[in-house]
Design a protein around this ligand. Structure first.
Ligand SMILES: N[C@@H](CCC(=O)N[C@@H](CS)C(=O)NCC(=O)O)C(=O)O
Length: 220
C-alpha cells in the first residue's frame, strides 16, 4: 500500500504524484493542510520528522525528500525514467540537481515571498523575492539551450529530470514568470502538460492554486 502525503500546491508534492502516475502506481493521496500547520502535528512528524511535504508511506517504509522519493518509486518499478546505465543515470541526476537547486530554488523564493509567507505566517523577504526573479532569468537560458538540442532535458527520452523540472516550471504562470524568451522551454512544458500523468494531478497549476489566490484576495 502506497500513500503520498502532501499539498496540492506544493511543487515537490506534485513532482512525486507526476512520477507515481507516470509509473501507473496505485496510491492514495492524503492532503496535508500547511495553512493549518498539519505538517507540524505529532502524528505527521512520526511519519516525516522533517515537518515538510511531501513524504510517502510504502507499507512499513517511510520516506521524505521528493528527489529521494521519485528515485525510489522509479527503481521500484525498474523504470527507464531513471536509467541503470551509469553515465545515463549520472546525466539524469545532473539535471535533477539543476532543476532542484537552481530552477526550483529560484521559483520557490518567488512563491514563498509572493503567496506562501502569508499562509505560513512568516515574514516576507523582499530581497529573496528579487533574488528569485534574478536567478530564474539567469538559469532558464541554460535549460533553453539544452532543449534546443534534445527533446527532453536529459536526452531524447523522458526521465525523472523532466518531471522534476515540470513540477518547478508548472508554477511559472501563477508566479508571472514570462517564458516567451525561452520558446523551447515553453513548448516542452506545453507538451508535458497535455500528458495524462500531469492532468491526473491537475488541469493546470492555477486550478489547484485557486484557493490560495482567493484567500489572498480576501486578505488584501
Ligand atoms: N527538499 C524538499 C522540500 C520540501 C518543502 O520545503 N516543502 C514545503 C512545501 S513546497 C513545506 O513543506 N513547507 C512547510 C514549511 O516550510 O513549514 C523536497 O523536495 O521534498
Amino acid at each position: 500500500m502506497l500513500t503520498i502525503y502532501g499539498s496540492p500546491f506544493s511543487s515537490p508534492t506534485n513532482k512525486v504524484r507526476f512520477v507515481a502516475n507516470y509509473l501507473g502506481l496505485n496510491y492514495q493521496f492524503k492532503p496535508i493542510d500547511l495553512a493549518k500547520g498539519q505538517h507540524l502535528q505529532p502524528d505527521y512528524l512520526k511519519i516525516n520528522p522533517f515537518g515538510r511535504v511531501p513524504c510517502i508511506q510504502h507499507d512499513d517504509f517511510n520516506l521524505s525528500e521528493s528527489n529521494a522519493i521519485i528515485r525510489y518509486l522509479s527503481d521500484l518499478q525498474q523504470s527507464a525514467l531513471y536509467p541503470l546505465d551509469l553515465k545515463r543515470r549520472a546525466i539524469v541526476d545532473q539535471w535533477i540537481d539543476y532543476a532542484s537547486q537552481h530552477i526550483m530554488m529560484a521559483l520557490s523564493r518567488i512563491m514563498f515571498n509572493t503567496y506562501l509567507y502569508s499562509i505560513l505566517k512568516i515574514e516576507k523577504d523582499e530581497r529573496a523575492l528579487q533574488d528569485g526573479y534574478k536567478y530564474i532569468k539567469q538559469y532558464l537560458p541554460v535549460v533553453e539551450q539544452q532543449l534546443r538540442n534534445t527533446n527532453y532535458i536529459a536526452g531524447d527520452h523522458l526521465t525523472l529530470a523532466d518531471l522534476c523540472l515540470l513540477a518547478s516550471l508548472d508554477t511559472a504562470e501563477v508566479l508571472k514568470v514570462d517564458l516567451k524568451g525561452v520558446p523551447h522551454v515553453e513548448s516542452w512544458l506545453k507538451k508535458l502538460m497535455n500528458e495524462q500523468f500531469y492532468q491526473a494531478v491537475h488541469k493546470s497549476y492555477r486550478a489547484s492554486f485557486e484557493p490560495i489566490l482567493k484567500m489572498q484576495a480576501v486578505e488584501a
